[in-house]
Structure formats: C-alpha cells, structure tokens
Design a protein around this ligand. Structure first.
Ligand code: TNX
Length: 516
C-alpha cells in the first residue's frame, strides 16, 4: 500500500487549500478517492442549502447540516428545495445513480459556485455532510459565533465504506449511562461514519431495559445500589429506548440491543430467584468478577423468560440485530451451553431478528445464520473459523486492538488492562480483513469498538477512552485498505483534536500524536 488516500488527479500547487481550511484529504475516516482541484467554495451569508425535492429524509439531513453550521458562522442557511442559480449553494441530491456508492456512499464536488453532494440514499447524503463538516475550518465546531471566512478546498471526493457494519458500544449495565449521555455519544460517533451502536443492557451488576412481563428486572435490577460499587443505578424505559432508536436513526445509526446470557445474569436472578436452579436468590453483586452466574439450562422457566425478553426487545427494535451475549459462560457446562444455544438462537430468528453474540456462540451448530463478535485476542480460533465455513458472519472486535476500555498505557487513570495497553497506533495497526486465520474478508460484516464501563461513570470518562481510538477503528471499518497509513492518520488526527476541544468533548492527548 502506498499509504495516502488515492489521489486521482493531483495538481499539487494549484490545489492548495484556502488558508485555515483543511486539505481535501484531511478527513477521518479517509475517503476512498480524493481529487483536489484549484479554486474553493466560500460559505457566506447568502449560502443556501438545497435538498432533493420530494425527499423528507434529504431535507432532514439538510436541516441537520444547517443546525451544525449556524452557531459558528451566524449565517441563516435556509434549507430549500429550489434555489436561485446565483446564490452559493450546498446541494444534497439523491439519484447519484452510481452503483459503487452503495447505500452509504456519496460523491462530493466543490467548486467556486457550489458544494454538491450526491448519493443513492439519504444515508450517503448524511455521510457526505459529515465529510463536509471536516472540510470547513475547525472553528466551524465552535458553539458560538466566530468571525472568519469559511472556505472549502476545491475538488471532488468519491467515498463509500469498505464494511457495511461499523459499530460503537456502551455498557449500560456496569454503570448506567443516561439517555442524554447516549445521545451525546451518538452525536460524536456518527461524525466518523459509525453506523451501529450496540447497547449492553444487562449483566451481573444491573438490568437496564424495561421488560413488561418481568417488571422486577428493572425495579430491582436497575434500582438503587446496582452497578459496579453500587453507584450506577438506572434503566431505560421502553419510551426512552424508542426515543434513542429514533435519535440514532436520524444520524444513520442503528441501535443493537444486547441481553447477555446464559452467563452475566446475576441481576436478573436477584430480581427473579426462579431463574436459578435451586430457586434461591443470589446476593446482588457490585464487584467486577465475571463467569460465576448462569441461567438454569434444564428449567422451562428459563426459556419462558428468554422468549419474553427477546419478544419484547425485538418489538421495540427496528434494526436487524439482537445480541444475546453468550460470552464467559464459565458457570455453564459445555453441554448445557450447546443445549441453551440450540433453543435460544432460533428464538431470535422467530422474532424476525438476526442473532448476534460474542464469539463463543460459534461453538453452537445453531450459529450458522448468526453473527459472531470476535473479541478473542488470538489471531487463530479454529472454532470461529469452522463456524465461518458453515455460514456464520463475523464482526471484528479483537480485545487487544479494539477494546476502548483498555488503558492507553500504565499511567491511564481509567480502564482495565487484561488485554494489554492500547495506544492509538495499536488501535489503528491491524487489518480486520486479514487479522484472523480462516476468517476471510468475505465473512466479515465489519468492526466494532466495545467500551466496557467497570471503571467509567461519566460521559467525560467515556469520551476520554473513546477518543482518539474510536476514529482509528472507524477508519479500519470505512476506508479502503489501500488508504491505511499511520503517518497520514496520525496527522489527520492531530489536526482533528481542536475540534473536540471546541465541542467540549474530552479526549486523551496521546503522545503519539502531534496535536495542533
Ligand atoms: C470481558 S469482552 C467481558 C466483559 C468485561 C470486559 C472488560 C466480553 C465479551 N466479556 O464482561 O466487561 O471483558 O474488558
């Protein structure tokens, strides 16, 4: 690989960006093709945002773009369907009619008169607007008015994702994060073209989603004293969850709910002792041990519970995936684990969803139409490789590369270190398509960056661990492998840092990066 993004028509000197404006290549994740050209577009007080007539979704993307641009520029930026030709225009148009763009790709053209984003689908328009925000001077991210000129470097970008699934993750169980915090994280991840948010909604320390047929799951399992150290209580009502699904969808993010089982169920068993084999409620747990709890595999009550939960969760989840955990079931025998998965994986299908689970589900023959989330630190795993030959798809989250809850180095105040320290270069330095022997790129749906919350409380904590590593994982998921280049990524990241500062987003100022 030559490194830098594919520059199709380099015209170096003539294409120098206007002062204070990023180069057309200075985008995270790196676009597939960038063709700088001379000239530039000036966003000014008369600029209008024109959106595809007849498309409410395109109009909504235009309104979101206007809301992002108004505070710092102070310009009115009306969103219109038809524009007088003389006005400087940002156009968001459907009907790109270019198959390689797929559902999420876009073409962005910048010249003196207009910025034009074309896509096949509204998701592509949204992606294009996220690129455009990065092409404006960094002060565009100021929450208050900035007096300056707002130029965009001339040229064109053709961009589309390498993988369909690019995921972020929040652990609601170990410490509950509020809907406002989840929305704040959605705002930030969607800037990097992350398109799924996996919510870990139940674990030993807490149960965080309302289930009407088992109400004590939340009144007890999400109540006071739950969470690690007993200080992370709370739960999402179904109304909260539906609102989050809508909020995420407006940013082209799909919510992926997870209920972890047959292990990681202590909070459910505290609320409902009939979910244990002896019928005795275990003590509530607020420590960070794993692998000690198990549903009672031989009990029909277990399957009534599991089916109720899956049915109710599927009913409020428009996205295709329902994650059933399946990790670290050390208190379940191997035979029981297979018995459980043989019954439960098909239940997800019964309620219209694709089953998704941690890579241990690959042990089950019933996983062949499921998705396995690879969290192993090894680069070989014969069980997962064998499942892949039977049809199982894989999402890559190797813990020693993609876990955002691992410390950056020994001095990081937050996080764990069981999978090692993960500096930003380590997070960036792997290829999802070749990382594991026997898991070819054709079997890989994409990547996800888990962020477990044993040590994390506030949104500041979450941001400190996610940034700047999440953009590294986002680039591995979106950008063509040919653009993979650490010096390029490091320099684009260094230029990005001030945008987080302007938006009051916390981040770890890694010494591997020259921050601007
Ligand atoms: C392992 S990763 C777990 C989680 C912990 C995490 C901490 C996985 C599938 N299970 O229960 O929170 O490590 O890094």
């Amino acid at each position: 690989a030559l490194g830098l993004p594919v520059v199709v028509a380099p015209t170096a000197a003539s294409a120098a960006p206007p002062s204070g404006s990023p180069a057309l290549t200075s985008v995270i994740p790196a676009p597939a093709e960038v063709s700088p050209a001379s000239g530039s577009f000036r966003l000014g007080p008369l600029t209008v945002i024109r959106t595809q007539s007849g498309s409410a979704a395109a109009k909504a993307v235009g309104e979101q773009l206007a809301r992002a641009l108004r505070p710092s520029t102070g310009y009115p930026l009306p969103v219109v369907a038809i524009t007088p030709r003389v006005l400087p225009t940002i156009s968001l148009l459907l009907g790109a009619n270019e198959s390689r763009l797929g559902d999420e790709g876009y073409r962005l053209q910048v010249d003196a008169r207009a910025v034009t984003i074309r896509a096949n689908k509204p998701a592509g328009l949204f992606a294009g607007t996220q690129t455009l925000l990065q092409l404006l001077p960094k002060e565009i991210d100021s929450p208050t008015f900035v007096r300056r000129s707002w130029n965009v470097a001339g040229g064109s970008i053709v961009d589309f994702p390498r993988f369909a699934y690019r995921g972020a993750f929040m652990d609601e169980a170990r410490h509950f994060h509020t809907p406002a915090e989840i929305k704040a994280y959605i705002d930030e991840i969607s800037r990097f073209k992350i398109n799924h948010l996996h919510l870990h909604l139940a674990d030993d320390q807490g149960w965080r989603i309302q289930i009407d047929s088992w109400p004590k799951l939340t009144t007890v399992g999400g109540g006071p004293g739950t969470g690690v150290d007993g200080v992370g209580p709370g739960f999402l009502t179904k109304a909260d969850y539906r609102d989050l699904v809508r909020y995420a969808a407006a940013r082209y993010v799909t919510i992926v709910p997870e209920i972890d089982m047959p292990g990681h169920v202590n909070a459910a068993q505290v609320a409902y002792p009939e979910l244990t084999c002896d019928g005795v409620a275990p003590p509530p747990r607020t420590d960070t041990e794993v692998g000690y709890s198990s549903l009672c595999i031989s009990s029909e009550t277990t399957y009534r519970f599991v089916e109720d939960v899956i049915r109710e969760l599927a009913a409020i989840t428009p996205g295709p995936y329902l994650h059933i955990g399946g990790d670290e079931a050390h208190a379940t025998t191997d035979a029981d684990y297979l018995t459980f998965q043989q019954r439960v994986l098909p239940l997800v299908t019964k309620y219209g969803k694709t089953a998704y689970g941690w890579n241990e589900i690959a042990k089950s023959p019933a996983s062949s139409n499921a998705v396995a989330q690879y969290w192993d630190t090894a680069t070989t795993n014969p069980t997962v490789a064998a499942a892949v030959t039977r049809g199982t798809k894989v999402i890559m989250s190797p813990a020693n590369k993609a876990y955002l809850d691992m410390k950056y180095d020994r001095n990081t105040p937050l996080g764990l270190s069981w999978a090692g320290y993960i500096e930003v270069q380590t997070a960036y330095g792997w290829d999802p398509g070749t990382h594991v022997t026997g898991i070819p790129e054709s079997a890989i749906l994409g990547v996800e960056a888990p962020l477990w919350s044993e040590t994390l409380r506030s949104i500041d904590d979450i941001e400190f661990m996610a940034f700047p590593r999440l953009p590294a994982i986002a680039e591995l998921g979106w950008s063509p492998a040919t653009t993979h280049d650490w010096p390029s990524f490091a320099s684009r990241l260094g230029a990005y840092g001030p945008r987080w500062t302007l938006r009051d987003v916390n981040f770890y100022p890694s010494p591997q990066i020259t921050w601007q």
